[in-house]
Write a protein that binds this ligand. Structure first.
Ligand SMILES: Cc1cc2nc3c(=O)[nH]c(=O)nc-3n(C[C@H](O)[C@H](O)[C@H](O)COP(=O)(O)OP(=O)(O)OC[C@H]3O[C@@H](n4cnc5c(N)ncnc54)[C@H](O)[C@@H]3O)c2cc1C
Length: 290
């Protein structure tokens, strides 16, 4: 289908973009990669009077470590994560995640900021950002504010971003020594959204787990923080039985709904299995394995 007509705006600075958002309110939206927004407009699930394309604003695409954080610019493309030596060497969970998103054509254009700002629980980055305890930097008329990832996803397609705010940066605390993470996703075919996905991040001191976080993809109306499952591992030396028990808890914390990808009990069984795999790989990586 063809979208309803709209006015296209191409600001060159953040203040200019924000002033458009203030001016047009709920009738305007940011365009980043356009790979979620344009399909929704073409399906007429979203009708807007104005599109604010931020691709011409310099300085929003970067991946760098500073001040104790991995900082990723909001407009950074998925392909940049795939190509980054820093991500490959120090943040393999982010490489796992980016590589599972859609296909290379989509990943060349789609942005990490858009993936989070869209508020779609089927997107892959939200669960990973939950496991990494990320912070979202939002820039609006009153400057910037930082939102913890646990407070970011409000409901289906709704985030804590105000209509006149732009997601400008994602900050991930640099993991301490002994950290490891992994993302596993089940998809019906390559390029599909997740039937279920699990991100796990752990810190190990020898065989003892000192910290764990688990995020779930497409397992509820919002990306889910499976905190009970994660806490069950802390201050223990996770063996197969403990990993299995944590995986069962993650499945119990999930709230999937039946759809074309399967019934609820199947999806919860997949959450359980993927949690086991993600935890095993995360622990292995934390201990120095790949
Ligand atoms: C065929 C296909 C398969 C896909 N498969 C997957 C998949 O397997 N996994 C997955 O995670 N995703 C998948 N996607 C979604 C894709 O990754 C999206 O592009 C991504 O989720 C949104 O990023 P974007 O840059 O395209 O955002 P856009 O489409 O430009 O924007 C999406 C929404 O976020 C808002 N927005 C965008 N950027 C900002 C910002 N900086 N600040 C504030 N608001 C902003 C927009 O206004 C809009 O409401 C798929 C898409 C397609 C077309």
């Amino acid at each position: 289908m063809i979208p309803e007509s709209f006015e296209y705006l191409a600001p060159k600075t953040l203040p200019e973009a924000i002033s458009y958002l203030q001016q047009y309110g709920d009738d305007a939206k940011i365009l980043s990669g356009g790979h979620s927004l344009i399909p929704m407009m073409k399906l007429r699930l979203t009708a807007l009077s104005h599109i604010v394309d931020i691709n011409g604003i310099p300085g929003l695409e970067y991946i760098e470590e500073s001040d104790g954080f991995l900082k990723i610019g909001g407009l950074t493309r998925e392909v940049a994560l795939e190509d980054s030596a820093l991500i490959r060497d120090k943040y393999p969970i982010l490489l796992d995640t980016a590589k599972m998103i859609a296909d290379p054509q989509v990943r060349n254009i789609a942005t990490i900021g858009g993936n989070l700002a869209h508020g779609d629980p089927a997107n892959d980055h939200p669960a990973t950002m939950i496991s990494l305890d990320a912070r979202i930097v939002a820039t609006g008329p009153n400057g910037t504010r930082t939102i913890g990832i646990s407070d970011f996803f409000i409901s289906l397609f709704e985030t804590a971003l105000a209509p006149d705010e732009i997601l400008t940066e994602i900050r991930i605390p640099i993991p301490p020594a002994g950290s490891g993470g992994a993302y596993f996703k089940l998809e019906r075919k390559v390029g599909d959204f997740a039937t279920a996905g699990v991100a796990a991040q752990v810190v190990m001191n020898g065989d003892r787990c000192t910290s764990a976080r688990i995020g779930l993809t497409n397992a509820g109306d919002v990306p889910i923080n499976a905190s009970g499952a994660a806490y069950s591992l802390v201050n223990h030396s996770p063996d197969e039985a403990m990993i299995s028990a944590a995986a069962k808890m993650a499945a119990d914390e999930s709230e999937p709904t039946e759809d074309l990808r399967g019934p609820v009990d199947y999806k919860q069984a997949m959450v359980k299995e993927l949690t086991k795999r993600a935890l095993r790989r995360a622990i292995e990586r934390a201990k120095g394995g790949q």
